[in-house]
Each structure stands twice: as C-alpha cells, then as structure tokens.
Design a protein around this ligand. Structure first.
Ligand code: 5AD
Ligand code: SF4
Length: 443
C-alpha cells in the first residue's frame, strides 16, 4: 500500500466553510489523502476562502504568497484555492499566482478528486461552474468522521435575496435546498458517531424548502423530523432572514424541546430608509414585531444579530435608529461590521461614507452591544442551565461546554473522568459571569 498523502486545509470564514472543509477532506480521502494539522509536511495545501470580510481577496493573495517557501522545499506540493474567493476570482487567481494548481468553487467540491488527479498530471485545474448535478448527492457516500458531540449539517445553500451589500448570491449561487431524506440520513449517521447537537446550516436557512415525502417541507417540519431521532439532543439552525421566519418555525421554538432557545436573526440596520436601500424588503418595525412574536412563543430565547454601519447614504439619524432598534431588542450576541464594498454588488457603485464616520459609528454600536451582551450573560448567574460537555478545561476536573443559549460554560469540580463526560448533558448551576464565558458547578 502506498503511504497516504497529507492534506492541509486552512478554513476561513463561516460555519458553512467548516462543514465544506470536512466534506472536501472526505472527498480527497478517496484519493489517498489524510488530513494533517500543519502545512509543513503537506502534499496538498487547500485554502477554503471567505469573501464576506473586507480585503478578503488581498488576504488570500498574501497568504498564498507565503506558501512560496513550501513549494520551493517540495516542488510536488499541490496548492488549491476553494470557497467564495475562488468562485469570485476564478481564473484571476491562476493568472496572478502561478503556484496555484487548482481553483474550485463551492458548488464543485464533489469534483475535487478528478481535479486533483489532473494536477498530478501537471495540468492546472479550474472549476467554478454552478453544475446541474448535486454536489451533496455525490459527497454523501463518503464516511463521515464525527469530531466531538457537535456537528454542522448543511441543509440549504445560496441565496435569492440580493441584499445590495452582499456577495453571497454571486459566490454561492441561487438558493437550493437538499431533500429531507438525505438530511435525515446524514443526521442519523452523525448521531451514530456520537454527535448530540446538530446545527443546520444555510445562508438563508429558514427559507429551506427541500423535497419531502409529500411535497416540499419547511424548516420547521424538518426540525420536527430531526426531533424524532433518538440520541440527538439538540437542534440549532443558522442564518435566518426575517422575511422567512414562518409561523410554524416560531411555533417550533415554543414547542420543540430539542430546538435550542437561540436565534441568529440579522437585521443589518434600524433605519427604514437604509433597509430599503439595502434591498432588505422589511422595515425596522416588521423586525421588532417579529421579535415580539418569537419571544411570545419562547420568552427566554436569546437573540443574536448582524449589523452594518456606514452603508452608503447612512446619516447620523439613520444610525441612531439602528441604536434605538438595538435598545428595543436587547441582543444576547451580535456581529457588527463597517460597510465595505464588494465589487459587483449594487452598493459598491454608490457614493461611500468616509472611513472616520464608519469607525466612530462602529465603536458606538459595539459599545452598546457589548453592554447588552454583558447584561444578558450576567442575568444567567444563579440559574440552572443544561451544558453539553465538549472538552476538558485547563483546570483539573474542569469541563467546558455550551449552554442552551450558546454561552460557553466552565464547569468546576466535575467528575474526575472528564473523558467520560464528553458528549453528556450536565445540569449546571451558574455561579459566575466572566469576559467571554460563564462558570458554574454541577447540580
Ligand atoms: N460589508 C460589511 N458587512 C457585510 N456583511 C455582508 N456583506 C457585507 C459588506 N459588504 C455582513 C452582514 C452579514 C454578515 C454575514 O456579514 O452583516 O449578515
Ligand atoms: Fe447576503 Fe443574507 Fe442578504 Fe442573502 S439574505 S443577500 S446571504 S445578507
């Protein structure tokens, strides 16, 4: 038997990329690769890139530049670029960076073995099509290796919403939902391998409408079907759009015990004028009323969001409306960004705000969000929560996991055999609230 080749994957960006990297590693497993945690002895280095953040493209080129020494030391080393930058830049990467052997877009990962084989023959391979065949269908036959008690599972990909700032509809393509049975099969497989919590992923996950036994199923129906899997204890999903927050999904938050009380529901801005210019097709008030309905169904739900400050034409008054919306909602978790242009998106063509204004607004917004998150976290002290134990902590006997609300919890004085506790749900009394985590003791 030939010795396995080593594959090093560097993953940038979102959870969907983490999931995709695992699938790519599995697909290349069939070509004789095993994953390695360092690029030093790799036979193939793959960058799974993200296009959402500012200067993402330049970062990829500069990281690629740093691989020169590796290629010089091992001329047979293959270098590949996958993910959304690969999709957006395509052949440009090949042109600017002659070291790159392979460029593959997110819809073509099932073709990786074939592309890799081509590079072994000395041919540079590029695949950024949106193919008609289903990548999940081809990838699903590979064995799935669970890495602990939590896992991601992609159920939906792409987006038809075309927010004026966002590259996703261009890099991930049109919205596609996987069929119900495929998802249930993958979920059962994960549970058989020790997974207790599954996070359903999609750029627009609550727009899910995959083929079920009797027509298309909603995300809520899918969640109820997952609820029946013995051994699966927790279900989460991300990321949602306010306009797809259907009644049955809100109701599932009220009644499905396995569905965790955490909802990531980005609003981006609190100004109706800006929301319109962002092409969000909802108002600030629509969002606030939606949050009210969700909280009526599940009062303790923790709300998380995304915000963009300094979008073209945003005035001080628009910005203050965003602050007002944040005060009204009280977020337990949030991500916020200065608007930055993405070539090819409508807002990139508009007149831009000066950097200082963006910076100052981001600072004020983040101060408010940090204060709220702190308050929400501090309120957990004295409460009993359920913690899914993921690993041992730094202190003897300490275990670390996540609460229902996705807070990291350090559990002290726990069972001496921590390993046995990994994957267990522990009842924990919260006793302290730190910078980024809670601490507690076993009940
Ligand atoms: N500029 C700043 N933030 C952006 N996001 C998406 N595109 C941009 C952009 N051009 C943010 C949005 C989205 C999150 C994933 O990234 O808030 O919800
Ligand atoms: Fe991008 Fe989300 Fe808007 Fe789709 S809904 S275009 S993924 S921000």
């Amino acid at each position: 038997m030939s010795t396995p080749k080593k594959l090093y994957i560097k993953t940038y960006g979102c959870q969907m990329n983490v999931y995709d990297s695992e699938r790519m590693a599995e697909a290349l497993g069939g070509s004789g690769y095993v994953e390695t945690q360092t690029p030093d002895d790799a036979d193939m280095i793959l960058f799974n890139t993200c296009h959402i953040r500012e200067r993402a493209v330049e970062k990829v080129y500069s990281d690629l530049g740093r691989l020169k020494v590796f290629k010089a030391a091992k001329p047979d080393l293959k270098i590949g670029v996958a993910g959304c930058v690969a999709q957006a830049e395509g052949a440009e990467i090949m042109r600017r960076q002659p070291m790159v052997d392979l460029v593959v877009g997110p819809q073509s990962y099932h073709r990786l073995p074939e592309l890799e084989a081509r590079t072994r023959k000395g041919v540079r391979a590029l695949d950024t099509d949106f193919p008609a065949d289903d990548k999940f269908e081809t990838l699903r036959h590979r064995p799935k290796v669970a890495r602990g008690p939590t896992a991601f599972l992609t159920v939906q990909e792409g987006c038809d919403k075309f927010c004026a700032f966002c590259v996703v509809p261009y890099t991930r393509g049109a919205e596609v939902s996987r069929p119900v049975e495929r998802i249930l099969e993958e979920a059962r497989n994960l549970v058989d391998r020790g997974v207790r919590e599954i996070t359903l992923l999609g750029q627009n996950v609550n727009a899910y409408h995959g083929a079920g036994t009797d027509g298309d199923w909603s995300l809520a129906r899918l969640i109820w079907a997952l609820d029946e899997i013995d051994g699966l204890e927790r279900i989460r999903f991300t990321t949602s759009h306010p306009n797809d927050m259907s009644d049955d999904l809100i109701e599932a938050h009220g009644h499905c015990a396995k569905l965790m009380p955490y909802l990531h529901l980005p609003v981006q801005s609190g100004s109706d004028r800006i929301l319109k210019r962002m092409n969000r097709s909802h108002t600030a008030d629509d969002y606030l009323r939606l949050i009210e309905r969700i909280r009526a169904a599940r009062p303790d739900i923790l709300i998380s969001g995304d915000f963009i400050v300094g979008f073209p034409e945003e005035t001080e008054e628009d910005f203050e409306q965003t602050l007002a919306l944040i005060r009204a909602v009280e977020y337990g978790q949030a991500y916020s960004f200065k608007y930055s242009t993405r070539p090819g998106t409508p807002a990139a063509e508009r007149e831009q705000l000066v950097e200082d204004v963006k910076t100052e607004r981001l600072y004020r917004l983040q101060a408010l969000l940090a204060e709220q998150q702190r308050r929400v976290q501090d309120r957990m002290v004295g409460r009993d929560v359920s913690v899914l134990i993921e690993r041992s902590g730094r202190l003897p006997g300490q275990m670390v996991g996540k609460s229902e609300y996705l807070h990291a919890v350090h559990v002290a004085d726990a069972d001496a055999s921590v390993d046995a506790a990994i994957g267990q749900l522990a009842r924990v009394r919260i006793t302290g609230s730190g910078t980024n985590s809670l601490s507690g003791v076993l009940k």
